[in-house]
Design a protein around this ligand. Structure first.
Ligand code: NAD
Ligand code: 6OD
Length: 501
């Protein structure tokens, strides 16, 4: 059975039962352990989840290995693409159900979830199906060497069993971002959603069955990381490659575990993203775009901006305008379209964010706005709410400016020259994303080319084409996924060299 029950933030009556999805079926766990998943909007238990034991993970990997030799490997690229298009269509048909499950897990706002994240998840199946269909063919290379004459035919082959370890911040977008290219390239999969957000990847199992994906190709195991399901899966010798999105420290642990088997890894990790705002920007557009980049999803997007550098002539005006945007956000029922601020993912994560509030105060920050817990009513008063928070006056080496907070927060620093702004932006262990706001095209091109991040947005934020490359410099990751860049991770390339001598 797919996740069943009807728990909803604020109206919880019955938690859903979430089982692991193995070999095309929702199965009884071999272990006896379950865990609770809570909606952070009201802290109600919304799901009772089976924690996959080592035996469950073994079973999931075996089923994925067995499926590698089956029909999924034998069908044509066109047939595989058609099945993945059906997956996308079925997600769209059931979008309200997926959105409801995602909101129960995360407390996300109904508008961006139903109209943005769920359809984007569906779209990834269409995009990657078509990319694999067109991108598998590679041009032959004729060679004439002292060893003889030959034609080389490079060809792509599936990599094998992929372990996809997923985070909680955009559960459906970031799991389908791995699932779709992995399947499009002919691999089989074992997915481990975050323990905070088990529902949508699990629900997707039923869609896979309905779309005609053969049993064993798509498997989901739920549980925790170290010492639990995540570690059992990434250390499993039957896994050929690991794609991971999450914290940099977790990425390091997974890399260490993968080393002994020489498993291929793709890592999308943390960020401490800078935004540079020049005085010649379109002021209103820069304020609105920056407010989105700081506060969207309660600041829990790896691409959110947490460090702002504003050219001195507009510094005070900018701080005042961003403060007004922050103070206009209202917490509340995530299913009410008039709510504009979502909660943090959990009370535990709120403790971490509050510890940065303390650190900023201790380091002498001026709290422009926020810095505490907002007042919420009724069932929502128990949720993981936090005030959108802006600081000024910190030194660039303070903890709050150096470390990723992953909340609706930013520090704003004035600058005087282009070189100074670039130096500030690049003074980070991370290198995921940056924004540059200016009306001078020469300047934006010049500055963008010197920023050490995987993506630089000019006069915008989160304009993310699924076909464009995505990944981080420095400690923000290893490798690039997105569009045809994903093919290199999800396939092996074999060169067939036909001698003509
Ligand atoms: P996390 O690292 O705590 O957990 C991510 C996943 O890894 C979860 O499924 C968790 O159970 C699993 N895990 C944890 N320890 C493990 C271990 N030892 N072995 C195997 N699996 C393990 O990250 P999170 O808190 O879920 O997500 C927030 C973080 O993710 C932030 O740092 C954010 O910047 C980052 N992130 C990065 C991107 C990106 O594309 N670069 C996207 C989203 C989130
Ligand atoms: O939606 C996207 O394209 C995307 N890659 C989002 C990444 C978000 C990280 O938290």
């Amino acid at each position: 059975m797919p996740p069943e029950g009807n728990a909803r933030a604020g109206t919880t009556t019955k938690p859903r039962r979430v089982r692991n999805f193995i070999d095309g079926a929702y199965v009884e766990s071999a272990g006896a352990k379950t865990f609770e998943s809570r909606c952070p909007a009201d802290n109600a238990v919304v799901a009772i989840v089976d924690e996959a034991s080592r035996a469950d993970v073994d079973r999931a990997v075996s089923s994925a290995r067995a499926a590698l030799g089956g029909p999924w490997s034998e069908i044509s690229l066109d047939e595989r693409a058609a099945i993945l298009h059906r997956v996308a269509d079925l997600i769209d048909e059931r979008a309200a159900e997926f959105a409801d499950a995602e909101i129960s897990d995360t407390g996300k706002l109904i508008g961006p979830t139903l109209k943005g994240e769920i359809p984007r998840g569906a779209m990834q199946f269409r995009v990657f199906a078509d990319i694999a269909k067109d991108g598998f063919a590679m041009s032959p290379i004729a060679s004439q060497t002292p060893m003889g004459k030959a034609i080389n035919y490079p060809e792509r082959a599936p990599k094998g069993v992929i372990a996809a370890i997923c985070p909680w911040n955009l559960p459906f977008v970031l799991s389908t971002w791995k699932i779709a290219p992995a399947l499009a390239c002919g691999n089989t999969l074992v997915v481990k959603p975050s323990e905070e957000t088990p529902m949508t990847a699990t629900l997707l199992g039923q869609v896979m069955n309905d779309a005609g994906v053969p049993a064993g190709v798509y498997n989901v195991v739920n549980g925790f990381g170290a010492g639990s399901t995540g570690e059992f899966l990434t250390a499993h010798p039957g896994v050929n490659a690991i794609t991971f999105t999450g914290e940099t420290r977790t990425g390091a642990a997974i890399t260490t575990g993968a080393a002994s088997d020489i498993k291929d890894i793709s890592l999308e990790l943390g960020g401490k993203n800078p935004g540079i705002i020049f005085a010649d920007c379109d002021f209103d557009k820069a304020v609105a775009g920056t407010a989105a980049s700081v506060f969207h999803n309660c600041g829990q997007v790896c691409l959110c901006t947490e460090r702002l550098y504003v050219e001195r002539p507009i510094f005070d005006k900018f701080v005042t305008a961003l403060k007004a945007k922050a103070e206009a956000l209202n917490p509340g029922d995530p299913r009410d379209p008039s709510t504009t601020l979502s909660p943090l993912i959990s009370l535990g994560h709120r403790e971490k964010v509050l510890s940065y509030f303390e650190a900023a105060r201790a380091d002498g920050a001026t709290v422009v706005t926020g810095g505490g817990i907002p007042k919420t009513d009724g069932p929502f008063s128990d949720g993981a709410w936090i005030e959108p928070t802006i600081w000024t006056g910190l030194s660039e080496d303070s903890r709050t400016v150096k470390e990723e907070v992953f909340g609706p927060v930013c520090h704003i620093q004035p600058f005087d020259t282009e070189d100074e702004a670039i130096a500030y932006a690049n003074d980070s262990d991370y290198g995921l994303a940056a924004t540059v706001w200016s009306g001078d095209g020469d300047r934006t091109r010049r500055v963008a080319s010197r920023i050490e991040t995987g993506v630089v947005w000019v006069n915008g934020w989160m304009i993310r084409e699924l076909r464009s490359p995505f990944g981080g410099f420095k400690k923000s990751g290893i490798g690039r996924e997105g569009g045809e860049f994903s093919l290199d991770f999800y396939t092996e390339i074999r060169n067939v060299c036909v001698s003509e001598g």
